[in-house]
Design a protein around this ligand. Structure first.
Ligand code: HEM
Length: 201
């Protein structure tokens, strides 16, 4: 009897649920979703996330080809982030990036896609957070291009990503255990970086 195909998207959600909850509890993230959020909280988030996101994205995108990019609907977010920073009068300083160097993942498509699951999935919460910021702070938050990367297409983009993920796993192109390991590595790395913000206000 052949094994039923794994729902890799669901397995990823389950495997990362507890680290996701820990990330949500960190000061920087909790302040963004609080009722008393300030524009300075949002600007601090942009500055911090820029230093974390840029090296991760560069590393992960260097490991995937155009075919899988198209299949999963992947598009780098760094240009959106740079535009958000510019809009808030913040400089993009690539030489200051890297709170902690990104983890040295094995050079392997499955690990890279696991990492990109984290980067892509953050848009789900980001869509809601962006709405909250607009509600509390109005137009001053500007385009929130990073948080709300897919805007009204958030659910559709996530469907393309998770469908491509599950189909690639069913075809044997992705090894589920490695995808999950890559996702956990990147999530833990982001957690460690964000946690440092407590110590470096
Ligand atoms: C205040 C901070 C955050 C909040 C409130 C939040 C909230 C959410 C929400 C509401 C979802 C959607 C769950 C669903 O549709 O069932 C979600 C999904 C997700 N978030 Fe966050 N999030 C936060 C921060 C982050 C960060 C910093 C990352 C990683 C960089 C992240 C990664 C993910 C991932 C990977 C998913 C997809 C989970 C799945 O597989 O369905 N989140 N988040």
């Amino acid at each position: 009897m052949t094994e039923p195909p794994i729902d890799l998207a669901l397995a990823l959600r389950r495997a990362t649920a507890s680290i996701h909850a820990e990330v949500e509890r960190l000061d920087l993230m909790a302040s963004l979703v609080s009722e008393g959020v300030t524009l300075e909280d949002y600007r601090r988030y942009l500055r911090v996330i820029a230093s974390i996101h840029a090296p991760i994205e560069e590393m992960l995108y260097s490991q995937i080809d155009d075919a899988i990019r198209t299949r999963l609907g992947l598009r780098p977010k760094l240009p959106a982030l740079i535009e958000d920073l510019r809009e808030q009068g913040l400089l993009w300083r690539p030489h200051q990036i890297g709170v902690i160097p990104p983890p040295l993942l094995p050079v392997d498509l499955s690990y890279a896609i696991g990492g990109l699951y984290v980067v892509e999935g953050s848009t789900l919460g980001g869509h809601t957070i962006a709405r909250h910021l607009r509600r509390r702070l109005g137009d001053t938050v500007g385009g929130t291009r990073l948080l709300d990367f897919h805007g009204l297409q958030t659910a559709a983009a996530w469907r393309i990503f998770t469908t491509g993920l599950n189909e690639s796993a069913a075809e044997g192109l992705l090894v589920p255990e490695r995808v999950i390991a890559g996702a956990l590595e990147i999530f833990s790395h982001i957690y460690r970086c964000l946690e440092l913000v407590k110590l470096q206000p």
